[in-house]
Design a protein around this ligand. Structure first.
Ligand code: YYY
Ligand code: MG
Length: 151
């Protein structure tokens, strides 16, 4: 499994509810590597580009209102298979259908307040990382215990 990068964002509900540490910890404990992290309140333009694939959907305007309503914690995580693995850690879009043990399954109830975003494929990961981060904001580094995470 090749090493890859994915874009993860803790949405305004997760930040307001004090869940940043809880969510970051799950990715850290899994063993993935954090290569970018910042908190910002996204502009409407950024939110509309990020969710552009949904622009014809009835929930689009409300989704953009929500995601721009306060600070978001934007992150890039790296590791073998991290794109699909992060989606598993996050759980189903509807939190009541998300398995216990997943972030949404454990921490959320409502689809419109599902606390976290994760890229769904290699192409979207590349697009979203480029949309939210400058290359200079991402760190190339090797954790000192890397040999204990992967063979
Ligand atoms: O990738 P993921 O976040 O799991 O779901 P998407 O189908 O891409 O939808 C993005 C986002 O839109 C979802 O996390 C909540 C919101 N949303 C909604 O509010 N109502 C819907 N019926 C579908 C999605
Ligand atoms: Mg999606």
């Amino acid at each position: 499994m090749a090493s890859e990068r994915t874009f993860i964002a803790i949405k305004p509900d997760g930040v307001q509810r004090g869940l940043i540490g809880e969510i970051l910890g799950r990715f850290e404990r899994k063993g993935f590597k954090l290569v970018g992290l910042k908190q910002l309140t996204p502009s409407r333009e950024l939110a509309e580009q990020h969710y552009g694939v949904h622009k014809e959907r009835p929930f689009f305007a409300g989704l953009v209102d929500f995601i721009t309503s306060g600070p978001v914690v934007a992150m890039v995580w790296e590791g073998d298979g991290v794109i699909a693995s992060a989606r598993k850690l996050i759980g189903a879009t509807k939190p009541l259908e998300a398995e216990p043990g997943t972030i949404r399954g454990d921490l959320a109830i409502n689809i419109g307040r599902n606390v976290i975003h994760g890229s769904d494929a290699p192409e979207t990961a590349q697009f979203e990382i480029g949309l939210w981060f400058q290359a200079s904001e991402l760190s190339d580094w090797t954790p000192s215990d890397q040999g204990w995470r992967t063979e």
